[in-house]
Ligand binder design. Sequence first.
Ligand code: SAM
Length: 449
Amino acid sequence: MQLGEKYKVTIDKITNLGLGLSRIDNFVVFTQNVCPGDEVEIKIDKINKHYANGSVVEIIKPSPHRVKPFCPMQKICGACQIQYIDYEYQLELKQKIVQETMDKIGGLDIKIPSPEPSPQIKNYRHKIQYPISQTKNSGRILAGYYKPSSHEIVNIKYCPIQPEICDDIIEYIRENAPIYKISGYNEVKHTGDLRHVVIRHSSYNNTNLIVLVVNDTKISSKYLNFAQNLSEKFKEISGVCINFNNKKTNVILGNETQCLCGADYIIEKILDKKFIIGAETFFQVNPKSAENIFKYVKNYIAENFKNPTILDAYAGISAFGICVSDISKKVVSIEENMKSVELAKQSAQLNKINNIEFNSGDAGKFLSNEKRKFDVIILDPPRKGCTTESLDSALKLSSNTIIYVSCNPATLARDLKYLKDKGAKIKSIQPFDMFCHTYHIENAAIITL
Ligand SMILES: C[S@@+](CC[C@H](N)C(=O)[O-])C[C@H]1O[C@@H](n2cnc3c(N)ncnc32)[C@H](O)[C@@H]1O
């Protein structure tokens, strides 16, 4: 194989990172923007020790599963990597990705069912985070996602996976921020004001919390006046917050958020419970799909336990704990983000729930110091998965069942293998399509002891 040379290949499959895999003389080549079954001409861009990277020169014979992406920006925006594949086949590919990950990393002998589809495949996102910059010559504000593998902003005027109102709000910010002398951020020079706009959208009552992330340390009249103007312009805006982030970092939010006008939260409703979501608190990105997961977990617990005690670890605003509280004797939740814990308490009050104990801190430490036993332990860690400390403690504290919810099949497989090697039984794994048109997939695993 030669660098820069062109080859004709057929794409065998999609990997868990959304890359198409093909082989040239048995040497693996990864290519973006392809579908299994595509016959393509590719150019070799990089040769590594065990694999090469190629890019598509021409699609010779497309897979029958290729469709016209409904977003005109799909090819240049990095957000919906596989939108050119029909939705049914996206689900089939994700099932295969989870199956292969569980076989290879987990060494698990378990059959993965088809993912539960997302109830909405457009306008589904609850959280929008656009980086902001400004053009050098005309001074226009740019807002959108980055091009794949770059920090070049695609100025997105219309994004069909987010609620329509978000396009209008972003456009208004683009047009009007300069009038208030608010400039766009220059990442290279670390100058300018507005770094990101974050929108938290409620699918329950169509309200929106706007967060202006600024390269600044304090509120000034330009931010206050702009926030006031923005909230007067859109009846769908429940409040505008400012978040201060003057560090040279890729992390979006800084440590401090203040409310400029209106409310500093939105309310989402899932199953029959209301949740208070703030600027800095985690909430599932696709509330309608999340509802399917909460329902699945709740049904499993209701069918198998009477008045159980439940530990909700990596709880966020205790979304699982609040959903299962009415079929439980007691829920104990643990979460490290203090703001989430505070909003979890307020959400419990709003729903008149008084059988949840809220704890803040590191889940691993909390679990290893805990003495009480629980009928069910729910683990819903971030992408990096659980620590062995958390897993060992969950095995020790659970008298029967662990339910592990994960947005990363690779770390889920690793952790399930760990639990299995310690004697636990992996009873089932159900995928849920939380992130339509991307290669990401959520899973809920039921583990019994
Ligand atoms: C994937 S979210 C799940 C949140 C919640 N279960 C839900 O469904 O909304 C993971 C949560 O774990 C929290 N977290 C991350 N590391 C943690 C740790 N070491 N200890 C406790 N919580 C942690 C994050 O702040 C986040 O709220």
